[in-house]
Design a protein around this ligand. Structure first.
Ligand code: NAD
Ligand code: TYD
Length: 349
C-alpha cells in the first residue's frame, strides 16, 4: 500500500539511516525528511539518496507550530516517525532548556499537528516515537530494562525524552491517536556525530589527541549497530501493536574503558601503528554529573513478537564503523569545522 511518511530528524545520525532504509525499501512510499539542520543535522549524510523521486526534504523546526501544520497539510502524511531531538547528555547539562523546548514542546507540537490532520480518522495512521532506554534511569551491576520498567530519568536529556514519551501516550489515551514507541540502547555506526563516545574516540585517535574517559571508566552501555536500529523501527512501525512500546538493544554490554581500549587496538592495527600507541592517549577526566552507571536492554519482546534481532556482531559493526570514518575523513573535517551547512545552501538555495 502506498504511504506518505514524515520522518523528523532525518538528517541526523539515526534518522539518516532510517530515511535511507525506507526510501530504498519502499519505493511506492513518499518519504519526507523534516529537519531543522541544527549542528547535528547534515544533508551530506543522505547524498546517495537525495535524488530519489520518493525523497523530499523540508527544513523546519518541530517547535514551529505554523510551519509544522503547513507541512502536515501539504503532504497529508499517513505516518510520522519522530526522531528529531536534542540528543547529547552533556549538552543537556549545559543547556537544559534547549532539550525541554525541542524534545518536549517539539514532540507535543507534532502530536497536535497529527491529531488535527487526522481529525479522528485514524484508519491506517500511526505516530512512531523514537525514544531511548535512558528514560528508565540507571541499573546496578545486574538486571535489565524491560518494557515494564518504571521511568526514572536522571539527566535533563533523559527527563525530556521521558516527558515526550508521556505526551505520546497521553495523546493515545485522550484522543485515540494511534502510536508506537521504541526505547533503544546506545547506537553506533557511520555518520555518528563526533561528540558521542565511539566517534569521538575514533576522531581523537586519528588526530593523536587525548582520549577523555569520564570518572573511572567503569560505566556500562549496551551498543547496537545503527542499521539494526533502523530495521527495528521499520518492523515496529509496520507490525508493532498499537499503543505499545518495544525495547530495542544489542545484547552487547561494554564498560567504557574496555570499549575505548578495544577501539585503540583496532585503530592501531588499521593505521599500521604499534600496539599500545593509542592507549597512551587515554586520559581519565572529571566525571559527568548524574552519570548513569549501567544501561542494558532486555529485547525479548521485539524478538519474540516481531522476530527482530541484531544482524551484525559488534566486531563486524565496529569494523564497518571504523572503515567508514577512515574513508570519510572529509565528512569528519566538515562536521568538526561547522562547514556542512554550506552543503545545504549549495543544494537548496
Ligand atoms: P542526532 O543528534 O544525531 O540528530 C538529531 C536530528 O534532529 C538532527 O538532524 C537535527 O538537525 C534534528 N533536530 C534537532 N532539533 C530539531 C528541531 N527543533 N526541529 C527539527 N529538527 C531538529 O540524534 P540521533 O543520535 O540520530 O538520535 C535520533 C533520535 O533517536 C533521538 O530522538 C534520540 O533521543 C533517539 N535515540 C538515540 C540513541 C543514540 O544512541 N544516538 C539511542 C536511542 C534513542
Ligand atoms: P555518550 O556517547 O555521550 O552516550 P550516553 O551518555 O547517551 O550513553 O556516552 C557514552 C558513555 O561514554 C557514557 O557513560 C559517558 C562516556 N563518555 C566518556 O567517558 N567520555 C566522553 O568523552 C564521552 C563523550 C562519553
Amino acid at each position: 500500500m502506498k504511504k506518505t511518511i514524515i520522518i523528523t530528524g532525518g538528517a541526523g545520525f539515526i534518522g539518516s539511516h532510517v530515511v535511507r532504509e525506507f526510501s530504498i525499501k519502499y519505493t511506492d512510499y513518499q518519504i519526507i525528511n523534516l529537519d531543522a539542520l541544527t549542528y547535528a543535522g547534515n544533508l551530506e549524510n543522505l547524498k546517495d539518496i537525495e535524488n530519489k523521486p520518493n525523497y523530499h526534504f523540508e527544513k523546519a523546526d518541530i517547535t514551529d507550530e505554523n510551519k509544522i501544520n503547513e507541512i502536515f497539510q501539504k503532504y497529508q502524511p499517513d505516518g510520522v516517525i519522530h526522531l528529531a531531538a536534542e540528543s547529547h547528555v552533556d549538552r543537556s547539562i549545559s543547556s537544559p532548556l534547549d532539550f525541554v523546548k525541542t524534545n518536549v514542546l517539539g514532540t507535543a507540537n507534532l502530536l497536535n499537528a497529527a491529531k488535527s490532520l487526522w481529525n479522528g480518522n485514524f484508519e491506517g495512521k500511526r505516530f512512531h516515537h523514537v525514544s531511548t532506554d535512558e528514560v528508565f534511569g540507571s541499573l546496578g551491576a545486574t538486571g535489565f530494562f524491560t518494557e515494564e520498567t518504571k521511568y526514572d530519568p536522571h539527566s535533563p536529556y533523559s527527563a525530556s525524552k521521558a516527558a515526550s514519551d508521556h505526551f505520546v501516550r497521553a495523546y493515545g489515551d485522550t484522543f485515540g491517536l494511534p502510536f508506537v514507541i521504541t526505547n533503544c540502547s546506545n547506537n553506533y555506526g557511520p555518520n555518528h556525530f563526533p561528540e558521542k563516545l565511539i566517534p569521538l574516540m575514533i576522531y581523537n585517535i586519528l588526530n593523536h589527541n587525548a582520549l577523555p574517559v569520564y570518572g573511572d571508566g567503569n560505566y556500562t552501555r549496551d551498543w547496537l549497530f545503527v542499521i539494526d536500529h533502523a530495521k527495528a523501527i521499520d518492523l515496529v512501525f509496520h507490525e508493532g501493536e498499537n499503543g505499545k512500546n518495544y525495547n530495542v538493544g544489542g545484547f552487547n554490554e561494554w564498560k567504557n574503558i574496555d570499549l575505548v581500549k578495544l577501539l585503540c587496538r583496532l585503530m592501531d592495527k588499521k593505521l599500521g601503528g604499534s600496539e599500545g600507541d593509542s592507549e597512551k592517549l587515554i586520559t581519565f577526566v572529571k566525571d559527568r554529573p548524574g552519570h548513569d552507571l549501567r544501561y542494558a536492554i532486555d529485547a525479548t519482546k521485539i524478538n519474540k513478537e516481531l522476530g527482530w534481532k541484531p544482524s551484525v556482531t559488534f566486531e563486524e559493526g565496529l569494523a564497518k564503523t571504523i572503515d567508514w570514518y577512515l574513508e570519510n575523513q572529509e565528512w569528519l573535517k566538515n562536521v568538526t569545522s561547522g562547514e556542512y551547512q554550506k552543503y545545504y545552501e549549495k543544494q537548496y538555495n
